[in-house]
Design a binder for this molecule. Structure first.
Ligand SMILES: NC(=O)N[C@@H](CC(=O)O)C(=O)O
Ligand SMILES: [Zn+2]
Ligand SMILES: [Zn+2]
Length: 438
């Protein structure tokens, strides 16, 4: 099986490639980077990528697929379908399912379901503590054997510094990164949105920025103490970014991700009490959003991850106080990244690829991903920086529609998603781009 992605502009930061080249994929793997003038290899199907960017497959470090246990919100298959429709060739699945992915049996189940779906690659993340209850460490060794690529109690913070220290020491022994959801629950209490002018005005209980910042500082200090690989999930505050910046200056193995909603929206979006503006961490004030944009452009932020968190319409139909935290994000992330970051000059195209592919692969040590080196997996994301399109949540591949971006129009999209040489998604604008060569 041969696929030639022809006439595109290749951007692969992992090998410093930024040039017009053809990409050849053979039997699921990258076989080579060719010149436009080279002969089309015998029997290759040609995908014409003229005018498009060809990048190593995008990897989302943070999604919630809800299977096992809450298949009415999402399944591994529907989540993986939404992923490829959004340009993601791989997603990393958080363990807050029911049961929690805190043992090898659940890990193996997730991998089997993903293989059955034959869509995006799914890399499971195991729990840090049993049931993510924060009391007893989970069997990280067994889960690693079964295929987890990181550990996290996402959805909940690890409650004490002592427990986090032991978790980091244990995870370090298995060379697994510890992904932390930073939230000091004694400060966050029963808050439902960012604490500030808008929470006052709307009469909603606030979550102070400090709830995230305290845990971020704690985890950076513990990264130094333990030497563990530490990755901060969904950072949303100036202070958390400052903690990461300092940790990096000290040479610690600390990385972080931001979500598209946190670089796009402020807490003002909560004004209409739309529960699709309720997520954890909450939408922050303008000053925090500015800090995120600065950190995206100066390199402090390593990755863009969606924190795709599907919930059923009936749950989101409750009043703001009672609705669950979380929004979907797989299909709007790249549109938002183009609109809000690339076209506003905050990042360039190569940095976009770094944030969505090169760095995520490095952070979770995903072998043969995030690169188009010969021998790597033939996972490719094709981008059209100029395509104008409108997101219609009713046509989402996800089972859930809890998004604040329904009806938004974007300039820029992922227009084709290729996993191991199989073209799994193409935007309708690309019909006629594929032809088989006899
Ligand atoms: N982000 C959210 O608001 N919700 C996530 C949990 C989490 O990421 O902390 C969920 O699982 O629904
Ligand atoms: Zn979280
Ligand atoms: Zn999450």
């Amino acid at each position: 099986m041969r696929l030639l992605i022809a006439n595109g502009y290749l951007i692969d930061p992992s090998q410093g490639v930024k040039a017009g080249r053809n990409l050849l994929i053979e039997d699921g793997r990258v076989a080579g980077i060719l010149n436009y003038s080279d002969d089309v290899p015998e029997g290759a199907e040609v995908f014409d990528a003229a005018g498009l960017i060809v990048a190593p497959g995008f990897i989302d470090l943070h999604v919630h697929l809800r299977e096992p246990g809450q298949e009415y919100k999402e399944t591994i298959a529907t989540g993986a379908a939404a992923a490829v429709a959004g340009g993601w060739t791989s997603v990393c699945a958080m363990p807050n399912t029911d049961p929690v992915n805190d043992n090898a049996a659940v890990t193996r189940f997730i991998i089997e379901q993903a293989e059955r779906a034959q869509l995006a690659n799914v890399f499971p993340i195991g729990a840090i503590t049993k049931g993510s209850r924060g009391e007893e460490l989970a069997e990280m060794g067994e889960m690693r054997e079964a295929g987890v690529v990181a550990v996290s109690d996402d959805g909940r913070p690890v409650p004490s510094a002592g427990m986090m220290r032991r978790a980091m020491e244990y995870a370090r022994g298995f060379d697994l990164p510890v992904v932390d959801h930073c939230e000091d629950r004694s400060l966050a209490a029963d808050g439902v949105m960012h604490e500030g002018v808008w929470s006052l005005r709307l009469g909603l209980r606030g979550i102070p920025a400090l709830a995230e910042e305290l845990d971020a500082w704690r985890d950076c200090a513990l990264a130094e103490l333990t030497g563990a690989r530490v990755h901060l999930a969904h950072v949303s505050t100036r202070g958390a970014i400052e903690a990461v910046r300092r940790a990096k200056e000290r040479g610690l193995s600390v990385t972080c991700e931001v979500t598209p909603h946190h670089f796009t929206l402020t807490d003002e979006a909560v004004e209409g009490y739309d529960t699709n503006t309720k997520m954890n961490p909450p939408l922050r004030s303008r000053d925090h959003v500015q800090a995120i944009l600065d950190a995206l452009s100066d390199g402090t932020i390593d990755a863009i991850a969606t924190d795709h968190a599907p919930h059923h319409a009936d749950e989101k139909a409750l009043e703001f106080d009672r609705a669950p935290f979380g929004i979907t994000g797989l299909e709007t992330a790249i549109g938002l990244a183009f609109d809000r970051l690339v076209h506003r000059g905050i990042i360039g195209l190569d940095r976009l690829v770094e944030l969505c592919s090169t760095n995520p692969a490095r952070i979770f040590k995903l072998e043969g991903r995030g690169t188009l080196r010969p021998g790597a997996w033939g996972d490719v994301t094709i981008l059209d920086p100029n395509l104008r399109w409108t997101f219609d949540a009713r046509r989402s591949r996800s089972k859930s529609r809890n998004t604040p971006f329904d009806g938004w129009t974007f300039q820029g999209a992922a227009v084709a998603t290729i996993v191991a040489g199989r073209v799994l998604y193409t935007h309708p604008s690309l019909e006629d781009r594929r032809r088989a060569i006899a």
